[in-house]
Design a protein around this ligand. Structure first.
Ligand SMILES: Nc1ncnc2c1ncn2[C@@H]1O[C@H](COP(=O)(O)OP(=O)(O)O)[C@@H](O)[C@H]1O
Ligand SMILES: [Mg+2]
Length: 392
């Protein structure tokens, strides 16, 4: 394969390691700096120039887009996607992960622990927001910060007020979050590649610091990840749509609490702490996935008027409860069950012999008119949703 690593720093540890790993596995690999691209948008012929020349054909890209160039970087990744070049990380997923509020909002409807968080647009909401998340001290953080910069601890409501007001005056959007003090200045970084955590470490803040980022002086230690933390990290990366992710979790009294998900996790800290060849795992996964680029179902499905995807719950009063899928009559009505969501398990492409249980959720593709008859009446539709409207 011919692989482009989109990175501003060919000498950066992570960029170097990815290039080395790609070469070692027999690929061609080049580091291309995002700022040298120009995007040409033309109907039917989307293309890119690199240093003002026509870009040669690549099979895959590995985006390593820095936080300071998120807008331009994701635009380039999106352009590669339109050109049919496989991107290890989807532009959409990178955009979501760059915004801490957007990330945990999306996670919050799933069985994934997050620290209680509030977001206010003006200073008038601060008092109530601090109360909602459990009272001072609270964490205040800018939505798009990295490396611990832009994360503060406010000891009192008054300080929270002042900090939020100051940051908002500087045109920063901030969130107010429960301070998980029982995590004692430590957090867990799990690196997810595909459906596995390939490496995990604990980061421990210096004595007088609550932020455990390596850039804030935090030290690291290798850990064997607890099963609940492992499941949480993998599931969260999948929900956000990242094949490779650095998932940051606090060890709260209620279990894992995800703070953020990084789409280009740094490799230096984790490889040094664990001895795992994460770069090799990433390239191996890229080889595995290159034929399966992300498909935006909305773009494909809306062309087919009248069809769509819906999710509906099986309640204990449902006529389908305890029936086998084959006997549910759904396929006769031209409804395909794409998956059954059962707690934290997903049964993909379920067979007719699969029994439907109360509490299951069915993700179905079919005629909207038929799906309408299957969905619960509006007042009882709390858990039902149209996938097409829900996509981020
Ligand atoms: N709600 C919280 N409670 C306790 N510590 C936190 C909380 N949020 C963040 N931290 C600490 O601050 C660090 C940085 O926060 P994070 O949200 O990951 O921002 P960044 O993108 O800057 O890394 C975390 O690694 C953790 O040590
Ligand atoms: Mg972090």
């Amino acid at each position: 394969m011919k692989i482009a690593i989109l990175s501003r720093g060919p000498k950066l540890y992570s960029t170097r390691r990815l290039k080395e790993a790609a070469l070692a596995r027999g690929h061609k690999a080049k580091v291309l700096t995002p700022l040298k691209f120009s995007i040409v948008v033309e109907q039917g012929h989307p293309r890119l120039l690199f240093s003002n020349n026509k870009l040669s054909r690549y099979d895959a890209i590995i985006p390593r887009i820095g936080a300071s160039i998120t807008f331009f970087g994701t635009a380039i990744v999106r352009q590669f996607e339109q050109m049919g070049v496989f991107s290890l990380s989807a532009s959409q997923a990178i955009s979501v992960s760059r915004d801490k509020l957007r990330t945990i909002q999306i996670l919050s409807r799933h069985k994934i622990g997050i620290p209680m968080t509030a977001f206010v647009c003006t200073k008038h909401g601060v008092d109530a927001a601090v109360d909602e998340v459990g009272g001072a001290p609270v964490i205040i953080k800018v939505l798009e910060g990295t490396q611990g910069v832009g994360v503060l601890l406010a000891d009192t409501k008054k300080t929270a007020h002042a900090v939020v007001e100051t940051l908002q005056m500087a045109r920063q959007n901030v969130l107010i979050q429960r301070f998980v003090k029982e995590s004692k200045g430590q957090d867990i970084r799990a690196v997810v590649v595909g459906n596995k955590v390939v490496a995990a470490m604990r980061r421990i803040a210096t004595d007088d610091e609550f932020r455990s980022n390596i850039h804030q002086g935090g030290r690291t230690e290798k850990i064997e990840l607890d099963a609940e933390y492992e499941r949480t990290a993998i599931h969260a990366a999948q929900i956000i749509g990242l094949r490779v992710a650095g998932v940051d979790m606090l060890e709260s009294k209620d279990g894992p609490a995800i703070m953020e998900i990084n789409s280009s996790p740094g490799l230096e800290g984790i490889e040094r702490a664990t001895g795992v060849d994460v770069a090799d795992a990433i390239i191996e996964h890229l080889e595995d996935q290159v034929l399966f680029p992300d498909i935006d179902l909305r773009q494909r499905l809306t062309l087919n008027a009248g069809y769509g995807v819906a999710e509906f719950p099986i309640t204990d009063r449902s006529t389908l409860v305890n029936k086998r899928l084959g006997a549910s009559g759904l396929s006769q009505r031209d409804v395909q069950v794409l998956s059954i969501l059962r707690g934290s398990v997903t049964i993909a492409n379920p067979h007719g012999s699969e029994q439907l249980l109360a509490g299951d959720s069915l993700v179905c593709f079919g005629k909207l008119l038929t799906l309408k008859t299957l969905l619960p009446a509006p007042e009882r539709r709390k858990n039902a949703r149209h996938e097409l409207q829900d996509a981020t």
